[in-house]
Design a protein around this ligand. Structure first.
Ligand code: G3P
Ligand code: MG
Length: 240
């Protein structure tokens, strides 16, 4: 599968509230061909788009996401924190997000982002939603920092590509990525050296860096051979 060089992070997190339908629309307006989002479970097992394990930063709610029903999550305002233009924006389900992203002609990187202890059930529920709601031929990838989540994705949807997320490139990262039959290693750009990019390529995978917002960082990474940049500001990086 061919991926675009620039991927909008959580939609386009510098331009609109992250992980919202408004954010995915903004990414498309900015020219992004693909977006990343974070998938996790409500208490009653609905897959939603949300990054943090605890409410508060990106909505009017508080407390652990894992303890909230979908109905309670849906009642929250997930846009006002970003700006008045986005007041009333709701936390979307993954199904709604996938259908909108497909209709906008973009690809998607579905990061499986389980609340603690819910790795396998979050992955299984996420795979099921993707199976039922992603019919597009646009680029697709599952990704996760949790090997257990990628194991479930590999077992249940071996035909859908996986990206191995790592923040710190800890001992065994390349072997682990290969074991999980990943198509890419998705690493923190601050620790993604040229040596690591070369090792990823030698193992037959693509190199993806997150979260790259400064043109100077993007230029360094591309010179070093980075294949894909995940960014909060696709508008800015697409101009390079
Ligand atoms: O998938 C890339 C990136 O989103 C991983 O970090 O914390 O923004 O989900 P985070
Ligand atoms: Mg993410």
């Amino acid at each position: 599968m061919t991926y675009p060089r620039i991927v909008g992070h959580r939609g386009a997190a510098a331009l609109a509230p992250e992980n919202t339908l408004a954010g995915f629309r903004k990414a498309a307006e900015a020219g992004a061909e693909m977006v990343e989002l974070d998938a996790k479970l409500s208490a009653d097992g609905i897959v939603i788009c949300h990054h943090d394990n605890v409410l508060g930063r990106t909505s009017t709610g508080e407390g652990p996401v894992a303890e909230q029903s979908f109905a309670a999550l849906r009642a929250l305002d997930a846009g006002s924190w970003f700006g008045p233009d986005f007041a009333g924006e709701r936390i979307p389900t993954l199904a709604e997000a996938l259908e909108l992203i497909a209709s906008l002609g973009m690809g998607v990187n579905v990061e499986i982002k389980p609340c603690p202890g819910r790795e396998r059930e979050t992955a299984a529920a996420t795979v099921k939603i993707v199976r039922d709601h992603w019919k597009s031929a646009a680029p697709f990838q599952f990704s996760s920092f949790k090997p257990a989540a990628l194991e479930v994705a590999l077992a249940e949807a071996p035909d859908l590509p996986r990206g191995y997320l790592t923040d710190d490139f800890r001992e065994g990262w390349l072997e682990d990525a290969a074991r999980l039959k990943s198509v890419s290693v998705n690493g923190n750009f601050r620790r993604y050296t040229k040596e690591r990019i070369d090792a990823v390529h030698a193992a037959g995978m693509k190199a993806l860096a997150y979260t790259v917002n400064e043109p100077a960082d993007a230029a360094r990474l591309l010179t070093d051979g980075m294949d894909i940049l995940v960014t909060d500001c696709p508008d800015k990086l697409l101009k390079l």
